[in-house]
Design a protein. Structure first.
Length: 106
């Protein structure tokens, strides 16, 4: 009853195994694809964000991640003081700034 199965398994043993590079090719291919789809765009976006945060200056109209529009009134290393209305200033983390606005806040 089980003898036929044993012969069938023995016949497949004559097939040669793939080499090391043939085994690693799918993994290398997946890493390259993931690099170009996930890692590279994310690092590019992060460098643009760092560049933006370094160029923010007093008088710029900015948007925060919470949706607050304001004009930069003062800055330190970690905090930015925004004027959201005439005479109303708030202090937010510098990392919370999302982008510059082209005059919509005024």
């Amino acid at each position: 009853m089980f003898i036929n199965y044993a012969y069938a398994q023995a016949a497949g043993a004559a097939v040669s195994k793939p080499g090391f590079l043939e085994q690693m090719f799918p993994l290398i291919f997946m890493f390259v694809v993931l690099y170009f789809i996930l890692i590279r765009p994310q690092s590019k976006k992060e460098s643009q964000r760092k560049d933006f945060l370094s160029k923010v200056k007093r008088g710029d109209s900015v948007l925060t991640s919470g949706g607050i529009l304001g004009t930069v009134n003062g800055m330190t290393d970690k905090f930015v003081t925004l004027e959201v209305s005439e005479g109303v200033n708030i202090k937010v983390l510098k990392n919370q700034l999302v982008g510059l606005l082209a005059g919509e806040a005024k």
